[in-house]
Design a protein around this ligand. Structure first.
Ligand code: FPP
Length: 232
């Protein structure tokens, strides 16, 4: 199986279950998120080893921000800022590109600075693209795209125009979307991009994801018969 694995060009992860992972162990939710950031490192490294071109990560939704206790959001921003300064910086040095999707203007200034530095340091690289969704919502992304088209003076749109105004413009289409923790929802993540993606819901909390989990995911993906609405 290992040498017959089909490798998606573009894979996306909804990292879910950090809080439940922590409470099962009597730990704080913050510790769950910290371990979630460690899992992210393992998974991104495994994706690079497999030759995946683009990894999209749902790090923080607009809804997370609005609906979670302020203390948790504060912790998440400090974790994201630290991760940007350390791990994402290393990605830039390894030749990966790091890009961010979402309404970044609302983020704390320290987070904005840290992510801008990583983006700038990696933008001329040619390796794997790590696309991190922060304060992201798919409906907001589509609405923003339509507004951009209207502002350009268009009165009618086609699919390509809309695609070109999404955060994912120019990226390979999304082949596979994976959500951890057993929940079977998309939670406003890449709704347009998911039109023909394979969907996988894994019964494991995000902090337990590692290299072997990615191998299992790729094994399952390799068995899927993608027809894009056609027949065999
Ligand atoms: C979902 O678990 C996870 C999050 C809302 C945040 C994940 C963010 C990180 C791990 C930071 C990573 C850093 C960068 C720069 C990408 P949950 O809290 O919804 O879990 P629960 O459903 O079990 O409560």
């Amino acid at each position: 199986m290992e040498n017959q694995l089909k490798i998606p060009k573009h894979i996306a992860f909804i990292m879910d279950g950090n809080g439940r992972w922590a409470s099962q162990r009597g730990l704080s939710r913050s510790e769950g998120h910290k371990q979630g950031a460690e899992a992210l490192k393992r998974v991104v490294e495994a994706c690079a080893e497999r030759g995946i071109e683009v990894v999209s990560i749902y790090a923080l939704s607009c809804e997370n921000w609005a609906k979670r206790p302020q203390a948790e959001i504060k912790f998440l921003f400090s974790l994201i800022t630290q991760t940007a300064k350390k791990e994402l910086r290393q990605y830039a040095e390894l030749g990966y590109r790091v890009r961010f999707s979402g309404d970044l203007t609302q983020l704390p200034k320290s987070t904005q600075n840290a992510i801008r530095k990583v983006f700038d340091a990696s933008k001329n690289n040619t390796g794997m693209l790590v696309n991190i969704a922060l304060n992201y919502g798919s409906r907001q992304e589509i609405t923003r795209a339509v507004n951009k088209i209207l502002q350009a003076g268009m009165r009618e749109i086609d699919e390509q125009m809309l695609e070109d105004c999404l955060y994912t413009a120019g990226l390979p289409s999304l082949d596979l979307l994976v959500r951890s923790s057993g929940e079977k929802r998309l939670s406003n993540f890449m709704l347009w991009q998911c039109a023909y993606s394979e969907l996988m819901f894994i019964d494991k909390y995000w902090p337990d994801f590692d290299k072997n989990t990615l191998t299992e995911i790729l094994e399952e993906y390799s068995k899927r018969d993608r027809r894009f609405g056609g027949v065999k």
